[in-house]
Design a protein around this ligand. Structure first.
Ligand code: ADP
Ligand code: MG
Length: 614
């Protein structure tokens, strides 16, 4: 049998390697930006067309390259940044693997212009699918410009995997922001389809954060600083009230490079513990400086995963620094967990503490509140459910065993406090709100627990979709039109969503420069305060990219419904609860939320019994 193993040609090998480094236009942006920074640039421009699918260009005023280096830079494993394997353990540059340009040139049409400061003439180089098409002298400014055209032109399968322009451009913005955040001393700009998206002038770290994420960030940030033997930390964290329900701005940088680090993220969560609800995420922008010898960046081709040699110490330092800052700014009690002390309260001698006394009104009925209804409107689909939660019928409950009287202290007013039985003139609603989050209903077979927010989300979603189906969502004019000022990135997203938002009943006009006026919002069951609605909508949109795969209009409707629902995280009147329950069970799909989770859970009496027996 003949031998069958042969060496792949370089162009094929490069294409395979490219798959690891360049997954999408944003990966090319990342690599080109890193090269510009390593070249000592102080001004970097990024230009994209069609979310980078047809053009990506990065122009810098850095060191530039000689004509030989320009040609060499596209070879695989060609780098000026390390010379030997030992250098791998003291990396001070962002690049070092020498594969980015070779990878990009393997899967795109690349045009490079570069000139060194001390040379009069520069070099123009054109490479397509790893083949040099042209190399000649050219007049150009100092620095390097690399234009990447038609990414994946020769790998159609890859090109087909790319997502919509909106999503791909979001990735580009994300990479751009990561680099921009950790290099506030570099002037950076981003253009997309001839529109300026970001113009970031040289500034300090805090101002850069504000320039990227909007002025509202300004008063929400608390500085963090810690110097220790193994790590220096500086940056900003968000005040606890800024914590979000969705993963928002969470940035770690190690030695000037954006990193992902779940372990360190945990350190921050620990520091915030008890200051923010379990379901929300703190905001942070933290720079970690460690001895390059103690940081292994060579564990993944995209270099965002790293290993700290003294990981445990870095963890403790991060937790401690964040906790300290939260304390310093009187946001949390200043408890230093390392030297935690017990409280020592001075009491006068012979002081006899008295138990606190409380007074309880046994006639208080939390459900007695004749308020207008949450509204009703839908009535389809509810019959089956109606039977289930019909609370006015006598409960069909197996007789439970009598509770031993010795389990209750004699004389304790148990029945008065928790009695929600019908009174003669008004039947109690038998709906109970728990922690502003759940509605508990007594049903024939036991209890039904409803997630309040998800229920409202479902109701609003179905209403919006019905409205869209009939042509256009109804509008509700804002009493005071809301003006919002958005960061360039957010403004772009909003522009792209305007059409869908309009059909749902929003009326938004652009004033230019990232300012928008919100005049109307969709009619919802309860008046929704429009303040912050657009901002939270954008925030959610950015953090829920996958929802877009289900089609844009339903996805945007789901998003709007969620944000309306978020406004109802509050105590509800009995009537409001009743309407929510009624409307929920009039929905097409009352049981499941958009994300597939449950809205309703039944707790049959047998299960309750079991709970109490174990
Ligand atoms: P790496 O960055 O890992 O060294 P790259 O393939 O990204 O590998 O780049 C190869 C080499 O090309 C770099 O080491 C650098 O010498 C040179 N180079 C790339 N981009 C630039 C640039 N914008 N300015 C100056 N030199 C550059
Ligand atoms: Mg590089």
């Amino acid at each position: 049998m003949p031998d069958i193993i042969r060496l792949l040609p370089d162009s094929v090998a490069n294409q395979i390697a490219a798959g690891e480094v360049i997954q999408r236009p944003a990966s090319a942006v990342k690599e080109l930006l890193e090269n510009a920074i390593d070249a000592g640039a102080s001004i970097i421009r990024v230009i994209a067309k069609d979310a980078g699918k047809s053009l990506l260009q990065v122009v810098d005023n850095g060191s530039g390259m000689s004509s030989t280096d320009a040609r060499m830079s596209f070879e695989r494993h060609a780098t000026s940044k390390i010379k030997s394997a030992t250098d791998l353990f003291s990396i001070r540059t962002l690049g070092f693997r020498g594969e980015a340009l070779a990878s990009i040139a393997a899967i795109a049409q690349v045009e490079m212009k570069t000139r060194k400061k001390d040379e009069d003439i520069g070099t123009l180089l054109i490479i397509e699918g790893s083949k040099v098409k042209m190399q000649e002298e050219t007049a150009c400014s100092t620095g390097t410009s690399i234009a990447v055209k038609n990414l994946f032109f020769n790998v159609p399968a890859r090109r087909n995997f790319l997502k919509s322009d909106v999503i791909e451009f979001r990735h580009i913005i994300e990479e751009f922001q990561r680099v921009a955040l950790v290099h506030p001393d570099i002037e950076m700009s981003l253009h997309h389809n001839d529109k300026l998206v970001f113009q970031l002038n040289r500034t300090n770290f805090k101002q850069r954060i504000v320039n990227i994420f909007g002025t509202s960030m300004n008063e929400k940030l608390v500085p963090v600083e810690l110097k220790s033997e193994h790590v220096n930390i500086d940056g900003y964290i968000g005040k606890p009230e800024m914590a979000r329900k969705t993963k928002g701005e969470q940035y770690f940088f190690a030695n000037g490079r954006f990193i992902r680090h779940p372990y360190l993220n945990h350190a921050i969560e620990q520091a915030y513990q008890e200051l923010i609800p379990d379901s929300s995420f703190p905001t942070y922008f933290l720079n970690l400086e460690v001895n390059p010898q103690h940081l292994d960046v060579n564990i993944h081709p995209t270099k965002t995963e790293v290993n700290f040699q003294y990981g445990q110490l870095v963890y403790t330092a991060v937790r401690s620094a964040v906790k300290h800052s939260l304390g310093m700014f009187s946001i949390a009690p200043t408890l230093d967990f390392e030297t935690e002390q017990s409280f020592n309260i001075q009491m006068p001698k012979n002081y006899q503490p008295k138990p606190p006394s409380i007074t309880v009104n046994p006639d208080y009925n939390p459900f007695h509140n004749p308020r207008p209804s949450y509204t009703s409107g839908m009535s389809a689909n509810r019959e089956g459910w109606e039977k289930l939660y019909d609370i006015n019928r006598p409960a069909d409950i197996p007789q439970s065993k009598p509770v031993g009287s010795n389990q209750i202290e004699p004389g304790q007013p148990v029945s008065g406090l928790f009695n929600i039985q019908d009174t003669a003139d008004e039947p109690a609603s038998k709906l109970l709100q728990v922690h502003n989050r759940y509605i508990v209903a007594v049903i024939r077979s036991g209890l039904m627990v409803i997630d309040q927010q998800k229920a409202i989300e479902r109701i609003e979603y179905e209403k919006l979709m019905i409205a869209v189906h009939h042509g256009h969502g109804d509008k509700q004019r804002c009493l005071f039109p809301q003006t919002v000022h958005l960061s360039p990135g957010d403004a772009m997203i909003l522009e792209e969503l305007l059409e869908e938002l309009d059909s749902l009943g929003f009326e938004i006009s652009s004033l230019g420069n990232g300012s928008f006026v919100l005049n109307s919002i969709p009619v919802s069951s309860q008046p929704v305060p429009p303040e912050g609605l657009l901002e939270s909508l954008l925030e959610n949109y950015k953090n829920n990219k996958p929802i877009l795969s289900s089609g844009r209009q339903p996805a945007v409707a789901a998003l709007v419904a969620r944000n309306i629902a978020l406004k109802f995280n509050r105590a509800l009147k009995a009537q409001e609860m009743q309407s929510i329950v009624d409307e929920l069970f009039a929905c097409q799909a009352p049981e499941v939320a958009a994300d597939g989770s449950r809205i309703v859970k039944m707790l049959p009496i047998q299960e309750i019994e079991k709970l109490l027996q174990s």
